[in-house]
Design a protein around this ligand. Structure first.
Ligand code: NAD
Ligand code: ZN
Length: 358
């Protein structure tokens, strides 16, 4: 299919605070193992907002203009000569980071830690992302969406796979009590996945009551509104421990999904001695009660993106075990994508997952 005269409108982050819509060069060639993709939907994530407002996230620093977007679904419109898993017309969820599959990390089964993938991760600087109409991607990192999964749901697979990875990392299992800090799209999906993994009770915190309301509607066992003005981490941990009962020992697992310092502190204090804290939220490079974690053998467990989690994420949706549709509260055309970012940043009531469509 010839796309050479098509428009390739893209959302480009030039530097901190400077987001622009502009035409981006069309893909010029297709490697034998790649697919040519026409964008369908792409979610905006907390990471995108952090990149936009701070100019960096974790070790990813914006040094030149690049296209945002790492939560895409797309339609295959061309396949390279060696592609066997997909054909033109297939709808796919795209796993954005491409590991080399050769280094020590990849060979040991931890491809999400591959240093090459940091340079080839759609939508994290320096690699261009998916908020453009046409792009290419390696076919082994494109996953066909089953008939009963929409492209909108497909755009949630990336974030869902991150939380599947998180729940696997901290080994959420049957009968456990889990506190998820933050009820953004990642936090809410984390609660849904923890439930699907057999957790008996899952609780959430947030400063935004409307998000907690959604979590409650989706079946959270308890929610805690955080007031940043009066917040004290130890006091809040006490409040949560007594509210959830469990002999006031705390939760088995806390999964931090805010990236906020005080929330990381709470996650540590509220976790039972011998328990685990999963660190999903990014941005809190900060002071934490490390001695408390040490003396109570609370393990802090890092969570980096995705490692072979797309298939289970798609399976959870297609089987009906987990419904991500209610999280999608707003969709915008790419032409209005700057507005979409403003809306997400504003913290407006009722805004959870914002999708951009092409
Ligand atoms: P989001 O910004 O929509 O959600 C964060 C939520 O935390 C918001 O609802 C906000 O109101 C809430 N919050 C803020 N301060 C709080 C506090 N003090 N206590 C409780 N809640 C508070 O973002 P998201 O898309 O849900 O992503 C969540 C985090 O996960 C981000 O930091 C993002 O960068 C990170 N992330 C990490 C990975 C990874 O591989 N580790 C992957 C994807 C996203
Ligand atoms: Zn993300």
């Amino acid at each position: 299919k010839n796309i050479q005269n098509k428009d390739n409108l893209a959302l480009v982050l030039h530097q901190k605070d400077v987001l622009k819509l502009e035409q981006w060069p069309l893909p010029q060639q297709l490697a034998p193992n790649e697919c040519l993709l026409q964008a369908h939907s792409c979610g905006i994530c907390g990471t995108d907002v952090t990149l936009w407002k701070k100019g960096f996230v974790a070790d990813f620093v914006v040094k030149k203009p690049f296209v945002l977007g790492h939560e895409p679904s797309a339609v295959v419109i061309g396949v390279g000569s060696e592609v066997t898993n997909l054909k033109v017309g297939d709808r796919v969820a795209v796993e954005p980071a491409l590991p080399c599959l050769k280094c020590q990390f990849c060979r040991s089964g931890r491809y999400n830690l591959c240093p090459v993938s940091n340079l080839h991760s759609h939508g994290l600087p320096p690699a261009d992302g998916c908020l453009r109409r046409y792009y290419t991607h390696r076919s082994d990192f494109c996953y066909k969406l089953p008939e009963n999964v929409s492209c909108e749901e497909g755009a949630l697979v990336e974030a869902l796979a991150v939380v599947v990875h998180a729940c696997r990392r901290v080994r959420v299992g049957i009968g456990q009590n889990v506190l998820v800090c933050g009820a953004g799209p990642v936090g809410i999906m984390c609660f849904l996945v923890a439930k699907a993994f057999g957790a008996s009770k899952v609780y959430l915190t947030d400063i935004n009551e409307s998000r907690l309301k959604m979590a409650k509607q989706l079946g959270a066992d308890g929610v805690f509104v955080i007031n940043p003005k009066t917040f004290n981490d130890k006091e809040m941990a006490k409040t949560i421990r007594s509210a959830i009962g469990a002999n006031s020992l705390g939760v088995d697992i806390a999964i931090e999904c805010t990236g906020v310092e005080s929330s990381v502190c709470l996650a540590i204090h509220v976790t039972k001695s011998g328990g685990k804290v999963g660190i999903v939220g990014l941005g809190a490079d900060c002071k934490i009660p490390l001695s408390s974690a040490a003396m109570r053998e609370v393990d802090l467990i890092g969570v980096c993106r995705i490692k072979d989690d797309y298939e289970l994420a798609i399976q959870l949706i297609t089987s009906g075990k987990l419904n991500v549709k209610p999280l999608i509260t707003h969709t915008f055309n790419i032409k209005d994508s700057v507005k979409a970012f403003d809306l997400l940043k504003s913290g407006t009531e009722g805004v959870v997952k914002v999708l951009i469509q092409h």
